[in-house]
Ligand binder design. Structure first.
Ligand code: OGA
Ligand code: NI
Length: 355
């Protein structure tokens, strides 16, 4: 992240994993975690919806590419969320990252604190988006790291335990960076974006990784692991690190639980791509709920244009002569994104023109 964005960050809040241990079996938890909306918002019956599946091996097969590309376009346009299967990332790379992040969260708190967030900084072990002392809090701890371009890494926030962590994340990050580039390339083509403009956008594109740790909560149905939000990225690739479900997406006014296929990535459109595509693709609000007995771990990799890129409707997009969003440079866009608490898609509302 750039110099300017170092001035932002989150207020310090309690470690949720410790709270989870402290309040294990209890009938109450601290008030700041109780969320009326966790219970009030309707959850659509689980069987009503399934997010689309996109098969990467078909996308890159010259014979099948056109057909799969069309499916990708519909998934992006109508859902903003899909599962990516047959993505070619070696099994060991995925297994190792699951094992090492799980081991990291099992370390004693004191050891995890070796990579804790520092005031005014986004990276490290802690929480994000806490802007005021009276704000409701999410039931989760996170590890947030800048992973690409490599020169943006700050190794002091990268866990040194387990010993293989850094190597494992490095591999995972590089593989995902390449995959995201290819997937974005197909999306850009579907949107009619000039290949040169696209190459320019994702050259030195930014990747950051957020590992979400949702400890069990005795009042699981009254808390949220992750407040409703949309991601600021172009696309996010989320890996479910254990078998516990919890990701929900907003669809027709209700919440739909995502049921990740084993080995698949859940991919979603972020705010930057909504803006660049002038709203043809839209970022979708999502949230995470937590489990009463089991911990849940997910690994989200956010992919954004390089820091100099201007985030605004691209000239090649159809209907762009009526730009629906303001244009902002990516540095300022990222800064804006991290300087407010999460409130659905409120950030994007602020980027819209002609309201
Ligand atoms: C995120 C996110 C969902 C999950 O990290 O932005 O939405 O399943 N994560 O943890
Ligand atoms: Ni998200």
């Amino acid at each position: 992240m750039d110099e300017k964005s170092k001035a932002i960050g989150s207020l310090p809040v309690p470690n949720v994993q410790s709270l989870s241990e402290e309040f294990h079996g209890s009938e109450s938890i601290p008030l700041r975690y109780l969320r009326a909306e966790a219970e009030l918002d309707p959850v659509v019956s689980d069987d009503d919806w399934e997010i689309p599946i996109v098969d990467f091996s078909r996308l890159i097969d010259p014979e099948l590419s056109a057909q799969e590309s069309a499916r990708l376009h519909l998934a992006c346009r109508d859902w903003g969320f899909f599962q990516l299967i047959n993505h070619n990332i070696p099994y060991e790379v995925i297994e190792k990252v699951k094992v090492d992040v799980t081991k990291f969260f099992k370390l004693p708190l004191e050891e995890k604190k070796a990579c804790r967030q520092l005031p005014g900084n986004l990276e490290g072990y802690g929480q994000l988006f806490v802007m005021s002392e009276d704000q409701k809090l999410d039931w989760a701890d996170i590890l947030y790291l800048n992973t690409q371009p490599v020169k943006q890494r700050n190794m002091s926030f990268w866990p040194s335990q387990p010993l293989t962590f850094r190597h494992t994340l490095d591999k995972y990050s590089s593989e995902l960076y390449l995959l995201a580039d290819v997937v974005l390339g197909f999306m850009a083509k579907n949107l009619g974006i000039n290949p040169e403009v696209f190459a320019n956008m994702f050259k030195d594109g930014i990747q950051s990784v957020r590992v979400n740790y949702y400890p069990p909560c005795p009042l699981a149905e009254k808390v949220l692991g992750f407040s409703p939000h949309s991601d600021g990225s172009l696309i996010t690739l989320v890996l479910q690190a254990n078998q516990v479900q919890g990701l929900q997406i907003k669809k027709n006014g209700g919440w739909v639980t995502v049921k990740p296929l084993s080995g698949a990535f859940v991919v979603n459109i972020g705010d930057s791509l909504e803006i660049l595509s002038n709203g043809i693709y839209q970022s979708i609000e999502h949230r995470a709920i937590v489990n009463k007995e089991k911990e849940r771990i997910s690994i989200a990799a956010f992919h954004s244009p390089n820091s100099d890129f201007m985030i605004g409707p691209l000239p090649d997009i159809s209907g762009v002569n009526e730009a629906r969003y303001r244009t902002l440079n990516n540095k300022d866009f990222i800064k804006l994104f991290f300087s407010a608490k999460l409130e659905g898609k409120s950030l994007l509302d602020g980027m819209k023109l002609n309201r």
